[in-house]
Design a protein around this ligand. Sequence first.
Ligand code: ZN
Length: 221
Amino acid sequence: MGARRASKDTDRRIGRRALIVGGVAAAAGSAVLARDELGRLWWRVPGVEKPRKDGEVDYTGARWVAASDANWRRADRPDDYGIEMVVVHVTQGSFDSAVKAFQDPSHGAASHYIVRKDGHISQMIRELDVAYHAGNRDYNERSVGIEHAGFVDRPQDFTDEMYEASARLTARICARYDIPVDREHIIGHVEVPGTDHTDPGPHWDWDRYMRLVRQARTAKA
Ligand SMILES: [Zn+2]
């Protein structure tokens, strides 16, 4: 039995060495790895606190603008809550008014990302954290929220640039957390149980959006 215990210990040492080797590989590849991919490697090492830096984004295509911390809750996803869904929203207002609302501590809600008509993306809450965007605690804990600047009854607000930028973002989120690219995992706010919100509304072109997400997902694979 002694021998067996020894071999177990050996296995454990090998396990730890593999982690160290993985860390070295991550460091060596840092020049070519996107920041969000580096983040992903860190998250895979158990027991290592995920590093946070001011202004850091989870998606390289996004610019950081901090939301008020009254509109989200600090967490350690995907370790404490798995990230299983993307929730698509429409702001019912301009991009700037959405940014202001999410910075306002009395607003009580905010999403991780906002996509503008020209395809610009702001990240306002880390994916590590729980954003109050879906109006449903369980869904908030297990999803990433993406707002799109515009109005549900103005289909012209949903531009080509917006669809494409948002689809690339969603594709990266799905890749990072192994979320299936389908309508059970990429949903509208309207589909969240208990919500009285109707966004993204009847003019949001789901077929087009899902096609773009699938294309972006395959291109990156
Ligand atoms: Zn919404």
